[in-house]
Write a protein that binds this ligand. Sequence first.
Ligand code: ARG
Length: 461
Amino acid sequence: MSEKPWDGRFEEKTDAAVEAFTSSIDIDRRLYTHDIDGSIAHCRMLAKAAIITGTEAETLIDGLEKIRGEIAGGHFAFSDRLEDIHMHIEDRLAAHVGNVSRKLHTARSRNDQVALDERLYLRDAVRKIIQGLVDLRKILVEMADQHIHVVMPGYTHLQRAQPVLFSHHLMAYYEMFSRDTRRFEDGLKRTNVMPLGAAALAGTTYPIDRFYTAGLLGFPEICENSMDAVSDRDFIMEFLASASICMVHFSRFSEELVMWSSSEFKFIELSDGFSTGSSIMPQKKNPDVPELVRGKTGRVFGALISLLTLMKSLPMAYNRDMQEDKGPLFDAVDTLTACLDIYTRMLPKIKINGEQMESALSTGYINATDMADYLVCRGMPFREAHGCVGRAVSYGLSHGKELHEMTLPELRSFSGLIEEDIFPALTNRQMIDRRQSFGGTATENVRAAIDRARQRVADEE
Ligand code: ARG
């Protein structure tokens, strides 16, 4: 097949500029091993259905395996003339096995072939991403366990709000990444459906057995409608949506790591191996890894928007526009995979500055809610208690005193309900450990959450 497969109908050769413009080989060569897997399963099915002979199938399969070796070994010549990976492999097959190679494409079109390759590729990629998320969650659980005694301010509006355990904060990220895991698993169900056998769009006149091919390729389901099979890219959009949400989580976490490692916070220190310096300012140690993760988030959002835009006006069924789906897909897979990998390496090496986190609790009237709760426990309605503590805070602000730094008579000037036992009630430890509502930050709750998560991650491994 040295000329184009469509030569029969054409009188002029394809213009070289068109060959370059329509070629996707630089991008879709990545699908070669999945393309070969799909072709091998297709050959076996053709032989089983007596569309080709068993000997022909074996010859084709041998040739395909040789090509796999050639591409993997880096001695395979790619050229724009052959447009995409499917045509490259078919062309090379002729060199290996001769004329019988022309039978491989029986009952198949590149339209169902490319859809198959993408689903096989994404199925593998998502399984690796899920494994990466499990590893990351495991690291978060172990960090939370290791630092269970570290207390820090919890923030709303980036203002100190109430004390929480640092572990509770980490376990919030565990929850986000758990949802991501579930989302990828769920999307995988819709990726793991076989389009092959739809042929160009309408099915085929040959007596193919799609269920047999699906069994060989490990697909639990096959696409029900041949037109949908070749034109559906929902599985890619869905993956990119899940990947974008996962990147939102990475980006938020990265933002916190950047803030926490600043001189203003000093809550953590990134290890030297995961930071870089400045070429001009000798004192600098920059959090480039979380910054880049935060920055790379945009690429994944961009991939999602590309796919949505690509698909939104396409009439049924296959349209060449769809060739443009692979660049964004591969880029998003690579970006997310790289972020997962670097995070699982970086997190265990972070130094946690527990004393600094705790000292950030000593100012900012972080125990104001607890003083109000104290008054409520002694019979004052909450709104009244809120006003009373508000006055105490205002007094403190003008006298340069935190609530726990005031004397008992000072505090009693705001309410006679206040007794000596207010002071232990305003300590970090008590404030945290009283928050025992399910999902709250009390140490015993967080320990239980860690135990549940550890069990869950072990079950998923
Ligand atoms: N390279 C093409 C793609 O990625 C393969 C399918 C081509 N089909 C066609 N009818 N030209 O979409």
